[in-house]
Write a protein that binds this ligand. Structure first.
Ligand code: BG6
Length: 255
């Protein structure tokens, strides 16, 4: 049974805000695990929120994944902001093309009437390649833009689901299991206390960079992501959460 009155969501939103210590929480109706239309609503809510905060000439760093792909699908011209640039927060050639940060950035920029830049690096990377690639001038330039971004849009994943999707080795998966990894964001795997238990070697945004951004907006819904969301927010790195009713209710019941 889903609630539908706005006021009921206001209560749920403020409960989540208190629980996760957040500045803004937006909740849409339903469960995005069950219905794709709910993911679309998450995307719309994100675009709407973005429109209220974005100003001209800003850089917006964006990650990959299906939630972000839906934000791109729902993107609209940013009316009060001109000359904004979308940059991929990380490399991501390991994902399917439509879920890669590069693809999503390009689509967002096109629909928002903005600019975009690309980051052509595999994710994750070997130790040797990592050190060479981050010295490439074009890569360096984009990384600088990513680090200076005032707005970051990202999602949060369940740790094991994401490790498998990224084709992590059995050794890594075993390690994540032993260390009780619950969530994954930006290549960082966290336990339920929000402690980093494993880090994939990725080029792009690092957790420390998030402190400089004005708005770090997490878009993550579905009952199955409740524990992941809770774990990620223990870190306190994002100040906005856009989620759905099912995740929110499950979150309130959790530890
Ligand atoms: C991405 C994040 O935005 O979304 C990942 O960079 C996260 O860290 C992923 O795990 C979740 O993907 P999805 O498809 O569930 O939105």
């Amino acid at each position: 049974t889903f609630m539908n009155g706005i006021s009921e969501f206001r209560v749920l939103e403020s409960q989540i805000k208190d629980k996760l210590q957040l500045e803004h929480v937006i909740i849409v109706s339903g469960d995005s695990d069950e219905q794709q239309t709910v993911k679309e609503e998450l995307g719309k809510a994100c675009v709407q929120f973005l429109n209220t905060i974005v100003t001209s000439n800003q850089t917006i760093a964006v990650t990959g994944g299906t939630s972000m792909a839906e934000v791109a699908n729902q993107m609209k011209p940013l009316h009060q902001a001109t000359n904004c640039t979308f940059v991929p927060a990380r490399g991501g050639l390991g994902e399917q093309v439509e879920n890669q940060a590069n693809t999503i950035c390009a689509q967002m920029a096109k629909k928002a009437n903005g600019n975009y830049r690309m980051l052509y690096v595999p994710d994750p990377l070997s130790e040797e390649s990592y050190h060479t690639i981050i010295e490439e001038p074009t890569v360096k330039e984009i990384l600088q833009m990513v680090q200076d971004a005032k707005i970051v849009l990202h999602s949060i994943g369940d740790a094991i689901t994401m490790a498998k999707r990224r084709k992590a080795s059995q050794e890594v998966i075993d390690r994540l299991t032993t260390q009780h990894a619950v969530s994954e964001t930006f290549g960082f795997y966290l336990n339920r206390h929000g402690e980093v238990v494993y880090k994939a070697r990725t080029v792009g945004l690092q957790l420390a960079d998030l402190d400089k951004a004005q708005y770090v907006i997490a878009v993550a819904g579905g009952k199955s992501k409740a524990n992941a969301i809770q774990s990620y927010f223990k870190l306190g790195k994002s100040n906005v959460l856009i989620t759905d009713e099912a995740a929110a209710k499950e979150l309130l019941e959790g530890y």
